[in-house]
Design a binder for this molecule. Structure first.
Ligand SMILES: Nc1ncnc2c1ncn2[C@@H]1O[C@H](COP(=O)(O)OP(=O)(O)OP(=O)(O)O)[C@@H](O)[C@H]1O
Ligand SMILES: [Mg+2]
Length: 357
């Protein structure tokens, strides 16, 4: 996937900008000029939402009525145009070649993209929902059925929770309805769990390889997928009484988690900051690798503040990965022009465009 041209109007602090891109693109400028916002605009065109804020309206430039993003991509030699427009008083509109989608979820996966940003750290420090979102975003980019099953699963859990909540108020529960939702949860939950298990089988090794390549040592990093065991319908029935008391569903794939470790110890408490950063980068590069293998197209790679996170040696290794053609297009942000020029060096100069903001 190659983003040839990007037009931005009223997106966050960017009033009006148009860029023509190369293979490696660097946005350089002082804090607050809008470097990360440009990456977020590219991310938006892939996921119909911001990487950073959940409220879409926060991305409209202050005191403006709308934002508009237009991306002109090269997909295996054919031009594809995607656009996203949001009006303050309207709904988000995502279009492909001027035609609107029926559902935004139809767009997910059309423009594969991976963002690596400083706030990835929440994957280590945050709650389990952050890690589930991470897996779901990867799998659903290349598997539409997974996304549909997940949406159906979540709806069924929501409905079961409603019944459980109403039990707390009225001390009565509609058993027939409860069973209907439990059967739905069990059906879609099993599909989601199976996909997640399959995903981790192929994900662990590349992740380890990236970690060892960047850190140049043989420490093993591990990801363990933590989920329920056994038949979900039975578990839901067994947990009914408990769930009635707490008012929500306590078992299922919405409780899954990932356990990250380095040399058999939890990353969160036992790894140094540098090791954590390398771990997160490896995780994201493995994500890139997975998408590429499964979609047959190289995702766009967005590296926000990457040079701030690593020492020169580690950055050189990351750039070595760029050089050997693993990535088709990369977007980098940094505050220091000299640092960027030095990093890019002579070999990558012809493939690089530097945008001074
Ligand atoms: N909806 C919005 N309208 C106008 N400005 C906004 C909006 N949302 C964010 N901003 C502004 O965008 C600026 C931040 O831009 P961004 O995060 O892209 O900066 P940056 O160049 O990446 O900086 P740094 O080097 O610190 O990472 C902030 O000044 C913020 O106030
Ligand atoms: Mg920034």
């Amino acid at each position: 996937m190659f983003l040839k041209k990007l037009k931005i109007s009223n997106f966050k602090n960017i009033e009006e900008k148009e860029f023509s891109f190369s293979q490696i693109n660097c946005f350089v400028g002082n804090n607050g000029v809008g470097k990360t916002n440009i990456l977020d605009a590219i991310y938006y065109l892939s996921f119909c939402k911001s990487f950073f804020n959940n409220n879409d309206f926060h991305s409209i430039r202050y005191e403006q009525d709308f934002f508009a993003l237009h991306g002109f991509y090269d997909f295996k030699g054919v031009e594809e145009v995607y656009s996203c427009v949001l009006k303050r008083d309207g709904k988000k509109q995502m279009k492909y070649s001027q035609k609107s989608y029926n559902r935004l979820s139809e767009h997910i996966g059309k423009v594969p993209c991976v963002m690596i940003a400083p706030n990835d750290h929440v994957l280590i420090t945050g709650g389990s929902e952050v890690r589930r979102k991470f897996i779901d975003l990867i799998i659903s980019q290349q598997d539409k059925v997974y996304l549909q099953n997940l949406i159906r699963y979540n709806k069924a859990v929501e409905q079961r929770n409603k019944l459980l909540k109403s039990f707390q108020l009225y001390h009565y529960i509609d058993e027939v309805n409860l069973l209907i939702w439990e059967e739905q949860i069990a059906l879609y939950g099993a599909c989601v769990q199976e996909k997640r298990k399959e995903f981790f089988k192929g994900f662990k090794q590349p992740m380890n390889d990236f970690y060892q390549f960047i850190s140049q040592n043989k420490e093993d990093v591990e990801i363990e997928y933590q989920t329920f065991e056994g038949d979900l319908l039975c578990l839901l029935k067994e947990n009914r009484e408990k769930d009635k008391v707490v008012g929500y569903t306590t078992v299922g794939v919405h409780k899954d988690d990932l356990i990250f470790s380095l040399k058999q110890m939890p990353i969160k408490t036992h790894a140094s900051q540098g090791q954590q950063k390398t771990f997160l980068l490896s995780l994201k590069l493995a994500q890139f690798d997975f998408l590429q293998k499964n979609m047959g197209v190289k995702p766009i790679l967005l590296l926000d503040d990457i040079f701030d996170k690593f020492d020169f040696e580690r950055v050189s290794r990351i750039l070595a990965l760029l050089e050997d053609g693993r990535f088709s297009q990369v977007f980098i942000t940094d505050t220091h022009l000299e640092r960027v020029e030095k990093m890019i060096g002579e070999e990558l100069k012809d493939k690089t465009k530097i945008f001074k903001l």
